[in-house]
Design a protein around this ligand. Structure first.
Ligand SMILES: [Zn+2]
Ligand SMILES: [Zn+2]
Length: 261
């Protein structure tokens, strides 16, 4: 069994073929999926997907690209919405300087509100960081000194310093289809040094389809291709990667272990 620890199934609902995509995921032995919140205003749609399928959970949060309009200055709404039994984590939140869709100051304030919610609830924070390594590490560290919190760096594309700082704080690293790209060599080099018990896999679908589907719409069943490359990088069998990443997932997202099949 594999877990797709990060996907955006509301896009499939909009495309009208969610059930087909889920069918293919189950055939590919993807036994659990987490559909990720990106805005409070669309959270109910994300939650409804998790409510309607026993193998899907969700998170609540505001994506850094949405922090301009919907950025949070307080953790209250996150704490409140995360009481729901199908909500197993917070985010995605963090810093995105690649698109700079939202003012950096607002991204930072919203990121800190999410961290506070993770600290309060004990639920893991899904961190999105793109072209913002230094500021991301600075905020995560500063907040960590106020009190620890669980987190995963999702769709890891950052540098070695961010990876090592995250591991020191006990965080997890999640690999997406980017791991399979020809240009993914720097990521593969870092992943080689990440302990096996800190690794997760994800699709981030509908974005970032792995080789051999690069450029197409991504979907949860494709997580097997990232897992296969991860097995090569770590020089272990695919079965070992499935077993270990699934175990890691349920350790980090422990609320999901009580609600799944
Ligand atoms: Zn992201
Ligand atoms: Zn995402």
């Amino acid at each position: 069994m594999l877990v797709d620890s990060h996907c955006h199934l509301d896009y499939f609902l909009r495309d009208g073929d969610l059930n087909d995509a889920l069918q293919r995921a189950r055939e590919a032995e993807v036994g659990c999926m987490v559909t990720i919140g990106t805005r409070i205003s669309t959270f109910d749609t994300v939650l409804s997907i998790a409510e309607n399928h026993s193998d899907i959970f969700c998170t609540v949060g505001v994506h850094p690209n949405e922090a301009g309009d919907e950025g949070l200055s307080s953790p209250d709404v996150l704490i409140e919405r995360s009481q729901h039994p199908r909500v197993v984590g917070l985010g995605e939140s963090g810093l995105d300087y690649h698109y700079d869709h939202a003012p950096r100051e607002k991204q930072a304030v919203s990121f800190r509100a999410h961290i506070e919610a993770a600290r309060e609830t004990g639920l893991p924070l899904v961190v999105h960081t793109r072209d913002a390594d230094e500021d991301t590490v600075a905020i995560m560290r500063e907040e960590y000194e106020k009190g620890e919190y669980p987190a995963v760096i999702h769709c890891f594309t950052a540098g070695r310093d961010l990876a090592m700082a995250s591991l020191e704080m006990g965080f997890y690293i999640s690999l997406s289809g980017v791991l399979t790209f020809k240009s993914g060599q720097p990521i593969r080099d870092i992943v080689r040094d990440v302990p096996m018990d800190r690794l997760l896999v994800e699709t981030d679908s509908p974005y970032l389809a792995p080789i051999p589907f690069r450029g197409k719409r991504n979907e949860p069943s494709y997580v097997q291709h990232t897992a296969r490359v991860l097995a090569e990088v770590k020089s272990v069998s695919e079965e070992e990667i499935s077993r270990q990443t699934t175990e890691n997932f349920f350790r980090l997202f422990s609320k999901a272990s009580t609600g799944t099949v």
